[in-house]
Design a protein around this ligand. Structure first.
Ligand code: PEP
Ligand code: CO
Length: 473
């Protein structure tokens, strides 16, 4: 794929030894477009630059999806989590689909997030910050520029904001108009989420009833009966001391924040807006944006872009991440040392997390830059079955989370959250779980556009297991 570099904005000098030295640019040079002077990996090769320009112009005129004040509220909530007084649940699709915009699929995704969050809140006895990979997660970085679908070799699928997933050469040609469609689908998804979360659907007593149904519906689910019963008792206790659950805002409304990978910079740039109350720049395509494992280079375009917006931001860290990179990212993205500004999402693999994570945690602690540490137990535990399905085993996912908690316990840092790929449907994409999905069943409902997601039952299994971990069992 195309790597873009336009102009040069890094100063370069010649060392005495004759080596080129890169000189960091000062913050004051940041603009929504300053990423263009850097190497931008994983960008589509748009066939028609004039059309791209027209779409960018149009996006620049459309209203922001989120308001800067909301991003600041999320920053504060993540700041609490970074300091050990909260826990982040960030979850949703690997890649959202233009085909799935019905009220039912949005509702089912939200319902699952709320159910997981109720369990985790009880496990942690701390506020759970709920962030969806939703309303904007339409682009994908890919390790290989080509993929094989059946007998044909095609340009790899890069998300519905770029092209169609249909397996033909024609369909895989990047189409900039799709960025507008991504915008409008994000708008309608977010609109419904706002209605559901403030309009009564998120009522905790209702969420608790759903969880009791899950617990009662299988022998394995009964393992979690104690936790579920205790939540029920806590609700009855509140009623008994005179709290009117029907009247209490915190019982029937929740804050749900949106997030996606800030990958497609032609889309992100025009949605950056200057907040009229503070004069600061905010990315207004979502509350929270992150840079992926493949685009987190310290001198690259994506980190440049994230460095200048005031939203809370994240960076994924894979097994090759070094302590020096962690410190570099922390200083670059959080020079003012604001708790909640920077979330580092480790995805190191179930077999390696115990060995690889502690040095990263120690380096960040020594740097003094506050970081919210979050575990993505999905992206380093994938494999392809002989039948050709990309999958993950729930036991591996849980093992990485356990290793994450153990590493934090060892170093004395706070395991601040989980970042997951889940869906509100009963798909068969990942293996294992209390209603076990076996390898020969993957075919039944394998629907993901990209990576395999945990289904409803597997996601709830995970939430109950993490709740146990947080209570030290
Ligand atoms: C993802 O979150 O879907 C993803 C591609 O992750 P990573 O950048 O960690 O590989
Ligand atoms: Co993914």
């Amino acid at each position: 794929m195309h790597a873009r570099r336009q102009g040069v904005c890094r100063g370069s000098g010649i060392h005495a030894a004759g080596k080129i030295e890169l000189v960091a640019i000062a913050d004051s040079t940041w603009t929504p477009a300053s990423w263009r002077a850097r190497l931008a990996l994983q960008q589509p090769e748009w066939p028609d630059p004039v059309l791209v320009e027209a779409v960018r112009h149009r996006l620049g005129q459309l209203p922001p999806l989120v308001f800067a004040g909301e991003a600041r509220a999320l920053l504060r909530a993540l700041g609490e989590a970074a300091e050990g007084r909260g826990f982040l649940l960030q979850a949703g699709d690997c890649a959202e689909s233009f085909r799935e915009v019905s009220a039912v699929t949005i509702r089912e995704r939200l319902k699952l997030l709320l159910q997981m969050s109720a369990v985790l809140t009880y496990g942690a006895t701390l506020p759970v910050v709920k962030v969806g990979r939703i309303a904007g997660q339409f682009t994908k970085p890919r390790s290989s520029p080509l993929e094989r679908v059946g007998d044909v070799e095609l340009p790899s699928f890069r998300g519905h904001a770029v092209h169609s997933d249909e397996p033909t050469l024609e369909a895989r040609v990047p189409d900039p108009e799709r960025m507008l469609q991504a915008y409008y689908q994000s708008v309608s998804t977010l609109n419904l989420l706002r209605a559901f979360t403030k309009g009564g659907f998120a009522d905790l007593t209702q969420v608790h009833t759903w969880n009791q149904e899950f617990v009662a519906s299988s022998l394995e689910g009964r393992r979690y009966e104690t936790i579920a019963n205790e939540i029920g008792r806590a609700l009855r206790f509140m009623q008994a001391i005179g709290i009117d659950l029907g009247d209490e805002r915190s019982i029937h409304e929740v804050d749900l924040w949106t997030s996606h990978e800030a990958l497609l910079l032609d889309y992100e740039e025009p949605l950056v807006r200057k907040d009229s109350t503070t004069g600061q720049w905010y990315a207004c395509s979502a509350h929270f944006l992150w840079a992926g494992e493949r685009t987190r280079q310290l001198d690259g375009a994506h980190i440049e872009f994230l460095s200048g917006v005031r939203n809370p931001v994240g960076v994924k860290l894979g097994p090759t991440a070094t302590p020096e990179e962690v410190v570099g990212l922390a200083e670059r993205l959080n020079p003012d040392r604001v708790p909640g500004r920077l979330t580092l999402v480790t995805r190191l693999g179930a077999d390696h997390v115990r060995e690889l994570l502690p040095p990263l945690l120690r380096a960040s602690t020594e740097s003094g830059v506050p970081v919210l540490w979050v575990c993505d137990p999905m992206h380093a535990n994938g494999f392809v079955t002989p039948s050709g399905h990309k999958t993950r085993r729930l036991p591996d996912v849980l093992r990485e989370i356990e290793g994450f908690f153990a590493a934090h316990r060892e170093v004395g840092t706070w395991p601040g959250g989980v970042h997951l790929e889940i869906t509100g449907e009963n798909v068969t994409e990942c293996l294992g779980g209390s209603e076990e999905v076996f390898e020969d069943q993957l075919d039944h409902r394998y629907e993901t556009l990209c990576d395999p997601r945990l289904n409803v039952r597997q996601s709830l299994d995970l939430a109950f297991r993490v709740a146990e971990l947080m209570r030290g069992s």
